[in-house]
Design a protein. Structure first.
Length: 206
């Protein structure tokens, strides 16, 4: 299926934001992106014409924001609601090989669901990583990252070490891995899951 026929759901609840910007960005790339409230998948408190089925989409994106007010910790309320309502549908969606992506708060949600950093079978499980408060608190600034290679198809062929300037704004962006964190980090690198690393403007260590 070409990307111009790709139907994408942007999953939202109270507190998510940047979903409209993400819809426009995906539309620019040719995808048919639609913001879908979680209750539309649940079929709850919506008229029949607005109900949606996850299986009708080729990709699912969880956008940024402050879902559920980020109470307890970032992403945990949204993750709990997904588990309770469409958890089995999401597991089947993952097992089918379709794309699931999370940006900012959405990455935190997928981590809380146990889908990231990733385990065989696509099962929702207890988290084996967590996004914790940054050592230096909330950060909002342009940051340089260097491409490491990996599984992100649009950048295949880009030379490793190529630098990009990205906007960065988050308060809970420190990924802490369970178990032997050093070995798990090496395992993520071997599997091509670390796409970028923070670097200084000259490309040296951040």
């Amino acid at each position: 299926m070409g990307r111009r026929n790709l139907r994408v759901a942007l999953l939202a609840i109270e507190g998510t934001n940047c979903d409209e910007e993400l819809r426009v960005a995906l539309h620019t790339l040719g995808a048919r992106a639609e913001v879908v409230q979680l209750k539309q998948f649940e079929g709850r408190d919506v008229e029949p014409s607005k109900r949606r089925r996850l299986s009708d989409y080729s990709a699912l994106f969880v956008p940024g924001g402050f879902s559920g007010g980020d109470y307890v910790r970032a992403g945990v309320i949204f993750a709990a609601r997904i588990r309770a309502s469409i958890g089995s549908d999401l597991e089947e969606f993952v097992r089918s090989g379709r794309v699931v992506a999370g940006i900012c708060n959405g990455f935190q949600v997928l981590t809380e669901l146990g889908l990231l950093p990733g385990r065989p079978g696509g099962h929702l499980d207890t988290p084996d990583a967590v996004l914790m408060s940054n050592d230096r608190g909330y950060t909002c600034r342009p940051t340089f990252v260097a491409w490491q290679g990996g599984v992100f198809t649009p950048l295949q062929g880009t030379a490793p070490g190529t630098r990009f300037l990205f906007p960065s704004a988050h308060g809970e962006g420190k990924l802490v891995l369970g178990g032997n964190s050093a070995e798990r980090l090496r395992s993520l690198a071997r599997s091509g899951q670390i796409l970028f690393r923070w670097v200084a403007p000259d490309g040296g260590p951040a």
